[in-house]
Ligand binder design. Structure first.
Ligand SMILES: [Zn+2]
Length: 261
């Protein structure tokens, strides 16, 4: 019981420490129950673990391109102050990339044939960096915490199965202290990352119209009904293209005004 009380107190104290920040560009308020210090250390810790288990690419030109494009986008993002890091991971079969909380970016070599150009890579990095800036990882962890808390109070009220409750809460909280950082994102988060990412790539001086061409290539790249990992949790292709077109006028304005052009 003592552990459960501790956990409840911990969860209840989070809103005081964290809050409901506004996501840039979309203006949506998100519920974040994880203090930023914890979010950033989780991101850094997971990044180190992934790097240790991965093979870094020895292609200096491609790795340099990842850094160059990443730095430009990070610079125009809402958090240039993050401890940004960029790595190219040697894995030709993985058509994917990610940015962990705090600006820890990784690109798998498998996505490079689809990105083709720096502007193509800017689409991917804009999208992934947007996830980190919008704190989508911390938001997913917060959702898990709320689910755990809801289950916890129900079981506490009924005073039954304390052992299972503890195990479940521990598992849910455990998800928030490690693996949770890489929980798959929800559809609305994917859409938000598309929108914010489009603005970021444009601000960084990459033609945002390239996003349409990139996602068309990505769609073609997926054989049958087995989409690559990068697409699997992402919005429906046609919906995504329609959304991108509707955000394009704003993105083109940012592109015209970009200091990088
Ligand atoms: Zn995404």
């Amino acid at each position: 019981m003592r552990n459960i009380r501790c956990l409840i107190l911990l969860i209840l104290s989070f809103p005081v420490l964290a809050g409901c920040p506004k996501v840039p560009v979309s203006g949506r308020r998100s519920l974040i129950l994880v203090p930023e210090s914890q979010e950033l250390s989780l991101g850094a810790q997971s990044y180190q673990e992934i790097l240790q288990q991965s093979k870094l690419s020895t292609d200096a030109d491609a790795a340099g391109m990842v850094r160059r494009v990443g730095e430009r986008i990070a610079q125009v993002s809402h958090r240039p102050d993050y401890g940004w890091e960029y790595n190219l991971l040697d894995d030709p079969k993985t058509v994917n990339a990610f940015c962990l909380p705090g600006g820890k970016v990784a690109v798998y070599t498998g996505i490079l044939p689809v990105t083709r150009t720096e502007a193509g890579l800017a689409v991917v990095l804009g999208h992934e960096i947007a996830h980190a800036i919008a704190k989508h990882g911390a938001e997913r962890i917060s959702e898990q915490m709320l689910i755990a808390f809801g289950q916890l109070s129900l079981d506490a009220a009924m005073q039954k199965k304390p052992k299972e409750t503890r195990a479940m809460a521990a598992a849910a909280y455990g998800a928030g202290t490690g693996l949770g950082v890489v929980l798959p994102f929800g559809r609305y988060q994917e859409s938000e990352a598309d929108r914010l990412g489009l603005v970021y790539m444009a601000k960084a001086g990459y033609d945002p119209r390239e996003a349409l061409a990139f996602w068309q290539r990505m769609e073609k790249n997926s054989p049958g009904d087995q989409p690559p990992e990068f697409l699997s949790t992402h919005p429906h292709h046609e919906t995504r293209i329609e959304n991108l077109k509707s955000w394009m006028p704003q993105a083109l304005q940012e592109y015209e005004a970009s200091p990088f052009r």
